[in-house]
Design a protein around this ligand. Structure first.
Ligand code: FMN
Length: 199
């Protein structure tokens, strides 16, 4: 069965990005997908040491909760990150998780050269993001990070949903379209995965 991995990136339990990802995953399950979840706030993940250990092996030298993240990523057909914007980037817990995917980046470099690196064989990646302000570039940092996170994971980055002017805990629930758009995206991802399995 198609598996969707949802990675909750906020330190705030029950906050806006949690609510969005809950809606997306519930709808994906309704459409027949299997879902698994990881909460970066619950994981103890050391930052990347930039030791170069993974350059030769594609495997990180550190053993911590990142092991369960590598495992979950390897089983997922689609990965959905959900995050608030913190200083135009990801919160530190999620950033540590993303940085530790440098080992997957190294592994991909070892496996794929030249034109093969333009092909993504491991599924898709998506981003849900919320921020308090309204600036044009509000999501640029998170989106670039998500794009290259997907590259490391050998996944095609497919974009996502982005909501400005959302700050108070739970405020996303009052947004006129956000939850229905998150549910629609969950259904769409589940459908895509089921069609992919049939071909
Ligand atoms: C440490 C910190 C940094 C933040 N930085 C930004 C920012 O750079 N731009 C912005 O628009 N909102 C910023 N915010 C606001 C959050 O993105 C916003 O409140 C969001 O809705 C929180 O989502 P959550 O409930 O999923 O954590 C910041 C909030 C915190 C606590």
């Amino acid at each position: 069965m198609a598996q969707i991995l949802g990675i909750y990136g906020s330190p705030r339990k029950g906050g806006n990005s949690d609510i969005l990802l809950d809606a997306l995953l519930a709808s994906a399950r309704d459409a027949g997908a299997e879902t698994t979840v990881l909460y970066s706030r619950k994981l103890k993940i050391h930052g990347c040491l930039e030791c170069g250990g993974c350059d030769e092996t594609g495997t990180c030298v550190i053993r911590d909760d990142m092991d369960q993240v590598y495992e979950a990523i390897s089983r997922a057909s689609a990965v959905v990150l959900s995050s608030p914007v913190f200083f135009y980037g990801f919160p530190s817990e999620l950033k540590a998780l993303v940085d530790r995917c440098q080992a997957l980046w190294s592994g991909r470099l070892l496996r794929k050269q030249g034109a093969a690196r333009k092909v993504y064989d491991s599924g898709t990646g998506w981003l849900l993001a919320v921020g308090a302000s309204r600036g044009e570039n509000l999501f640029s940092g998170c989106e670039l990070a998500a794009r290259y996170f997907c590259d490391a994971l050998d996944r095609e980055y497919r974009g996502g949903l982005f909501y400005r002017r959302v700050e108070k805990k739970g405020a996303i629930s009052d947004h006129p379209t956000a939850l229905s758009e998150a549910r629609a995206l969950g259904g769409r991802i589940a459908l895509e995965l089921s069609q992919h399995l049939e071909t």
